[in-house]
Design a binder for this molecule. Structure first.
Ligand code: DX5
Ligand code: ZN
Length: 222
């Protein structure tokens, strides 16, 4: 069953520990998603490794899913390794030597993922698909929370799930951007395993209730 990876992009960072504790009370939450933006690869700056390290030091047991929206991410991947870090995800478009960066991440003892912008074709991953632990389908153009879901992402998720099946591979399929209560079932039935949601959780008036509703929509009942 698909699990949520709520993004802390719009969290109140003075209360990050409380937010992580809230996530941990919901079994539908499988990971915490960290959106690292550099103001170069994407037109916005968010936060860097100190926030990820502080979150790990808070004592949360939740695994981390670190999404690096940064130019030349191979320079920084080591900074994001914490005891909680399960995945480090880099953008195909940001890596001149993608195969090398994925190997760098694996050599750090962390699962590697690759993200594709909405306009980037799946076949750009043909020669690395057997080496990745996660493929992240962007359903918005990265850089900002709160944007609208781009529907073609659903076809991309379906095609990716089919390619995974055809090749007998086991990477996780993630989707990121514009996921809401109104479309999460479509996203899950297209084949996503890791569903990232930012504003639909933390910009909700009652994030606790929103997480319970997401769980019910995913059939988790929690
Ligand atoms: C987009 C980020 C997303 C985004 C999710 O640049 O990678 O993780 O913040 O936020 P929502 O769910 O609000 O689109
Ligand atoms: Zn993200």
């Amino acid at each position: 069953m698909a699990k949520l990876s709520p993004s802390i992009l719009t969290a109140d960072f003075t209360r990050l520990g409380e937010t992580l504790a809230l996530f941990a009370r919901h079994p539908v939450v499988g990971w915490v998603h960290f959106d690292v933006m550099d103001g170069a690869f994407v037109p916005n700056i968010s936060f860097g490794a100190p926030v990820v390290r502080s979150a790990a030091a808070s004592g949360t047991k939740l695994p981390f899913d670190v999404h690096l929206m940064v130019a030349d991410p191979g320079r920084y991947v080591a900074d994001y390794v914490t005891p909680n870090t399960e995945y480090i995800v880099v953008h195909q478009e940001a890596c001149t030597h993608l195969d090398r960066v994925l190997a760098q991440i694996r050599d750090l003892g962390v699962k590697c993922g690759v993200a594709l912008n909405p306009a980037t074709p799946l076949d750009t991953l043909d020669y690395v698909l057997d080496k990745v632990d996660q493929v992240l389908v962007m359903s918005v153009n990265p850089g900002f929370g709160g944007q609208s879901f781009i529907p073609s992402a659903l076809d991309k998720i379906r095609a990716l799930a089919e390619s995974r099946r055809a090749h007998g591979l086991e990477f996780a399929i993630a989707v990121d951007g514009g996921v809401k209560e109104s479309n999460i079932r479509d996203v899950a039935s297209a084949g996503a395993d890791i569903i990232i949601a930012g504003s639909a959780v933390l910009n909700n008036a009652d994030p606790d209730a929103a997480l319970s509703r997401f769980a019910a929509l995913l059939g988790d009942g929690a």
